[in-house]
Design a protein around this ligand. Structure first.
Ligand code: GLY
Ligand code: MN
Ligand code: MN
Length: 443
């Protein structure tokens, strides 16, 4: 069972229903199982919206919320129990299990949904649904509505309006409760431990995926079943590929390795990047660029407090990185012009961060109307500036080429300012080199 209590799941459903217009219905489908190759499926991961509202982790389920319904507002469809299928593929709660253990008021077999759902839609004015996310399910929703439309002459009342469910639900998910923050703190702690472990086990002439193994080991050992996203382990110039996940090359002494890896614990992710020297010691150029990224990151984190807006930390990273690249001679010209013309994008081409939560790139709007969103207590975000000098960048001196650095931490907006969840992963040059001196040997 999850660290989030049943009461909290119930509170979320209640809050959502209170914010829906009168006479409406919400429909939220679960994730589906996806085939990897013949008879083999990808590890199942429940849809975050569905899980947020139910705590139920099976495929082939649909959540229906019907505020004000006399026979119960919380309805689910799910797979029926089936001893034979369960023998082969694992336990199912079944409709009875949902009512017993998940607080569902009414649960039905998923096979009966076409017969039952039109009846639940009848008389409801609005349908809250995330249209456009699952083409197949969109069609089903329309087909259920059309059943009622086909009966108008017999007095049926079809819904007249579709409302985007994401708008309310994702705003709720953006603000983390005390219980959610507790889980995220734990996910961050485990992930930091994994980075510390990897720094100790890192050595030249092992494959990038062998370093990745140290992360997976620590995640699982600590109780996090899987990473929150595919880990990025890029040695040398591979560190300049933003979403590098092959992790198949040999690590070379003298190179840096960039590792972007975090675990998922009870559906909440950590998202941490550390960049460290394969042989435990930064060289002059690596150190110069590293310290610049760190300076930008610290300056950006200092911008996080209630009342500041979403883009302030990003603007700060741009300013510090531009100033630094000018000083080091990788950029030439006037600071203001370089910023205005976005010349820095040759080296720093992504944004400073994103919301973090159940999804690594979590939900929530970044702008309200035309204005950047103002930071509020309970929001969680990453700050992750980087500098990436392409190996074939002939405009800069050779000594800089092929260096890729990113430093990423997870931060909660608090009343006093912020809390960095990921402080336990060494980040200064001195702390990293010290951690790497306490070596462990890969057998
Ligand atoms: N791990 C993906 C990201 O940092 O955004
Ligand atoms: Mn990351
Ligand atoms: Mn990130």
């Amino acid at each position: 069972m999850t660290r989030i209590s049943k009461k909290e799941f119930a509170r979320r459903r209640q809050w959502l229903m209170e914010h829906m217009e009168p006479d409406s219905i919400a429909i939220v489908p679960s994730a589906k199982e996806i085939i990897r190759n013949r008879d083999v499926e990808y590890a199942f991961r429940q849809d975050s919206d569905f899980y947020y509202l139910t705590g139920f982790d099976e495929a082939d389920a649909v959540l229906i919320l019907l505020p004000g319904r006399e026979h119960g507002e919380y309805v689910m469809f799910c797979r029926e129990r089936d001893p034979k299928m369960e023998l082969w593929n694992g336990y199912r709660a079944g409709p009875e299990g949902l009512c017993k253990s998940y607080g569902t008021n009414d649960a039905f077999p998923i096979g009966d949904i076409d017969d039952i759902l039109p009846g639940l839609l009848e008389g409801r004015e609005r349908v809250y649904y995330a249209m456009g996310r699952h083409a197949e399910f969109d069609q089903k929703v329309m087909s259920w509505v059309n059943v009622i439309r086909g009966k108008v002459r017999s007095g049926a009342h079809p819904p007249g309006e579709f409302v985007d469910l994401d708008h309310i639900l994702h705003d709720m998910r953006l603000f983390k409760s005390a219980a959610e923050l507790k889980v995220m703190r734990e996910a961050a702690k485990i992930s930091c431990r994994a980075h510390r472990r990897a720094m100790q086990f890192c050595q030249a002439d092992i494959h990038e995926y062998q370093l990745e193994a140290e992360y997976i080991h620590e995640f699982m050992r600590a109780g996090a079943r899987q990473p929150a996203y595919n880990s990025i382990v890029g040695g040398g110039k591979n560190g300049c590929i933003l979403h590098y996940t092959e992790n198949a090359d040999l690590l070379k002494g003298g190179d840096l390795v960039l590792v972007d890896a975090g675990c998922e614990l009870d559906y909440y992710g950590a998202d941490i990047t550390r960049t460290f020297p394969v042989n435990g010691k930064f060289n002059t150029e690596q150190k110069a660029l590293y310290q610049l990224v760190l300076k930008a990151q610290l300056a950006a984190i200092a911008e996080i407090r209630p009342g500041n807006h979403w883009n302030q930390p990003h603007d700060m990273t741009v300013k510090v990185i531009c100033e630094g690249l000018l000083k080091l001679g990788l950029l030439k010209g006037e600071l203001e012009e370089l910023i205005e013309k976005e010349s820095y994008k040759e080296f720093y081409m992504h944004r400073a961060g994103h919301w973090l939560g159940m999804d690594v790139h979590d939900v929530g709007d970044y702008k309200v109307g035309d204005e950047w969103r103002v930071l509020e207590v309970g929001m969680v975000l990453t700050i992750e500036p980087g500098i990436y000098v392409a190996a074939d960048n002939k405009k800069v001196a050779k000594k800089w080429r092929g260096i890729g650095i990113r430093i990423e931490d997870n931060i909660v907006v608090t009343r006093k300012g912020h809390e960095v969840l990921t402080e336990d992963a060494p980040k200064t040059v001195a702390a990293i080199e010290k951690q790497m001196r306490s070596k462990k040997v890969v057998r």
